[in-house]
Design a protein around this ligand. Structure first.
Ligand code: GLC
Length: 749
């Protein structure tokens, strides 16, 4: 039936929502306080609030790993240059005591030695826990948290990361990352919540809620920063910070929804995408940073540049002839604060631009107003100092328990033939591979150091995969031969020999630690030494269990059939080794589901929400494993999928129910996923789109009825005019292998 197009009257989470501007502004507030203070600031003080300098500029690490401030440099920055913000860790994580000293000194100078005593706002990357606070809880990275499908757990990890960050005296976290994993080569896939906008929206909003709570001035909450707005994650080449070519419709269908959800969740700051979209650097785009972000999404917070990305406008993107033009472009586009971050060049240049009338005071007022409102919301004017009594909250045992549960729930069992898993106690096991006995691979980037590759800086008491398996099965039953590094063979023959004495082989392969551009690869295939190790071990005839420790889905097609079981561990954090062992021996029943489409080939990129043409007319949708895939040690069956009605109209909700039964003899968790298909649409419809998910726990033989209420908004997609529309007609709701149809009818005609 030809569908009539109706403009969507309501809003939906999936990229078609108009943020509630009032709520967002109310949530940040402090308009009056900021206005009063603004009126008292001189131009140099205002421009000072718009720049952010990195900690490295104000001191250095001492021999004991403590950061030692150069007070003269610090005073020069804060008093002479009116510096409003400082960031980063100075090269490595610090103790909470050291952080408290650093922040206290900064705030003392800022509040007691400057004319108006405006406090500093300190920003840091708390990407998977307070990763720059020694002893903090390092959670699974976002890609693994997405695999848990556990929204409450996501919020809880956000709460803990916030309290441990604020304990250090740091009130601003450059997170969450709301990019999508749609280019599997991209080195920051592990920082994302996967390929789906809805999953990223829900997890991102939960994280923001956990981090910010209801009162940003609380000593256990921090300001969040949705990043990297937007489209940074889809570089055509797969190389970090290279051009993305994103049609507007696609931008609004995929990449915008998580940011809209974050604004609705109340995030108070935003970091711009380092790179460009269709030839337009986001840092220079008024359309992206003002019209879309503030005009359409209703964002009222502070926009900060990414690292040196205003400078990059004339050094890398080449859209500005010099610094003066770059600063003018970025500030007029909507950047409120420049993460310069090495010197005062931005300050001097912007001062000159304002004095020359090339940047209007109105823009400066806006930018500084946004900075001040965030500082007021954080309570920094009332009390900018760290709370000594909060230091003890870092790395609490209760937080470790949450971290272990998160890592356990992230584990995604991709294959398990002949029930080779769980491993029976008493079996002889050979553990091998470059990920078997390291903590750095379990944590990767943003872990104690930027690259996360300093093995010696990780807490020695934490278990690697090998150590955890040895604890479970007994050292005498577990041998280990690393056999290869990521890019070199060491001694595969030794592993083959050792396999003779084993009943089963656990091959831990994947990726080393990396962060951002240093993590670029030119081939998505798993590295050859690791593939060869598995091939040689397969020749022994012993069953092989693959454990994949990786930030992105490396292609393992050549060895998939050689392994009887495959466990995706992602980058599971400090408790990841323990969690892998817990699952391998069956102390934990795996429940994770892939938050991305796992590629079978390096040369083709498929997503779960692909188009019919990709699986018709001779084309084949043929990933290694589909988005949403994940096995359990028990069996869940789905029955009686029902839609409460055969049609729905604008004002209706349509309950969809399904019975889920645990047929096995052990309890288990299952992430029930509801997908929707728009059968015919004016834009080629995806074969399915994730609309809801719910994680349930079932005892043996227990059945639960799971209900999802679809609304008219869920039927929306971004139409040819780049606006959200719902086109009445046939739809299909799918859960598991079942589907039920219904009709959307426009009852206003
Ligand atoms: C980096 C990253 C960004 C981070 C910032 C500060 O280049 O792109 O995610 O928040 O710089 O460390």
């Amino acid at each position: 039936m030809k569908k009539l197009s109706v403009l969507l009257a309501a809003v939906t989470l999936l990229g078609c929502a108009g943020a509630n501007k009032e709520t967002d502004v109310k949530r940040l507030g402090f308009e009056a306080e900021a206005r009063l203070l603004l009126a008292r600031l001189t131009l140099v003080e205002m421009v000072g609030e718009m720049k952010q300098i990195t900690l490295e500029h104000f001191g250095m690490s001492g021999p004991d790993g403590r950061f030692v401030l150069d007070e003269a440099k610090l005073r020069d920055g804060i008093v002479q240059h009116h510096l409003g913000s400082i960031l980063n860790c100075g090269g490595q994580a610090r103790t909470v005591q050291n952080w408290q000293e650093i922040i206290t000194k900064m705030q003392e100078i800022a509040t007691k030695e400057t004319r108006l005593g405006i406090p500093i706002i300190y920003g840091i990357d708390t990407i998977h826990g307070a990763n720059y606070v020694l002893g903090a809880t390092l959670f699974p990275h976002n890609i693994a948290m997405a695999a848990t499908g556990d929204v409450a757990l996501m919020e809880r990890t956000g709460e803990i990361a916030a309290l441990e960050t604020r304990a250090a005296g740091i009130p601003w976290n450059f997170g969450p990352v709301l990019d999508l994993a749609r280019q599997p080569m991209w080195p920051r896939v592990f920082e994302t919540f996967g390929e789906d906008p809805y999953l990223a929206s829900v997890m991102g909003a939960a994280y923001i809620q956990g981090q910010q709570g209801k009162d940003l001035s609380s000593p256990v909450k921090v300001a969040t920063c949705m990043k990297h707005y937007l489209g940074y994650c889809w570089p055509y080449s797969g190389q970090d910070r290279t051009p993305a070519y994103i049609p507007e419709r696609q931008l609004r269908q995929w990449f915008l929804p998580p940011y809209r959800a974050a604004v609705q969740a109340g995030t108070v700051t935003c970091m711009a995408n380092s790179s460009e979209i269709n030839g337009v650097p986001v840092h220079a785009s008024k359309y992206y940073l003002t019209d879309l972000l503030r005009g359409e999404l209703g964002f009222r917070g502070l926009v900060v540049s990414d690292w040196a990305d205003i400078e990059n406008l004339y050094k890398r993107e080449m859209v500005a002839k010099d610094r003066r033009e770059a600063v003018k472009m970025a500030v007029l586009a909507g950047v409120d604060m420049s993460m310069v971050p090495e010197d005062y060049s931005f300050y001097d240049t912007l001062l000159q631009l304002v004095q020359d009338g090339e940047v209007p005071m109105k823009r400066i007022d806006e930018a500084v107003g946004n900075v001040l409102r965030v500082k007021y919301a954080l309570g920094l004017f009332k009390d900018p100092y760290p709370r000594k009594d909060r230091a003890a909250s870092v790395g609490a045992p209760s937080s470790r328990q949450v971290n272990l549960r998160a890592a356990q729930e992230a584990m995604t069992l991709l294959k398990n033939e002949n029930h080779v898993l769980p491993l029976a106690k008493g079996r002889k096991v050979l553990v091998t591979g470059p990920c078997a006995n390291k903590l750095s691979v379990l944590n990767s980037g943003w872990s104690t150091t930027w690259q996360g590759d300093q093995e010696q800086l990780y807490p020695p008491e934490k278990n690697t995969i090998l150590e955890a398996i040895q604890e479970k099965l007994g050292q005498e039953n577990v041998a280990c031969v690393e056999a290869v590094t990521f890019d070199k063979e060491i001694d595969i023959a030794q592993a083959v020999t050792a396999a003779a004495g084993a009943d089963v082989i656990v091959a831990c392969i994947g990726e080393p630690a990396y962060c951002e551009t240093p993590g670029n690869i030119t081939d998505l295939a798993m590295t050859e030494p690791q593939l060869r190790l598995v091939r040689e071990l397969a020749g022994t005839g012993k069953p092989i269990v693959l454990v994949l420790v990786q930030g992105r889905p490396r292609v393992i097609r050549p060895i998939v059939d050689l392994a009887q079981a495959i466990l995706m561990a992602y980058v599971p954090g400090l408790e990841g080794g323990q969690a892998v062992a817990d699952v391998l021996v069956g102390d934990v029943n795996p429940s994770g589901k892939l938050p991305l489409t796992y590629p079978k080939y390096s040369g083709v990129v498929w997503w779960y929400d692909h188009k019919a043409s990709e699986e018709k007319g001779g084309n084949k949708f043929d990933p290694q494993w589909e988005f949403g895939h994940g096995l359990s040690y028990t069996t869940f069956t789905y029955r009686a999928l029902r839609a409460d009605a055969s049609e729905m109209t604008l004002k209706d909700t349509l309950p969809i129910t399904v019975e889920v039964t645990n047929e096995g003899d052990r309890p288990g968790q299952e992430i029930v996923q509801l997908y929707l298909s728009d059968v015919v649409a004016s834009v080629t419809p995806p074969v399915k789109v994730l609309k809801r998910f719910q994680k349930i726990e079932l005892k043996p033989k227990e059945m639960k009825v799971v209900r999802f209420d679809l609304t008219w908004d869920d039927l929306a997609f971004i139409g040819l005019d780049h606006k959200p529309i719902v086109e009445p007609g046939e739809f299909k709701a799918q859960i598991g292998q079942m589907s039920v149809g219904f009709t959307a009818r426009d009852d206003r005609r």
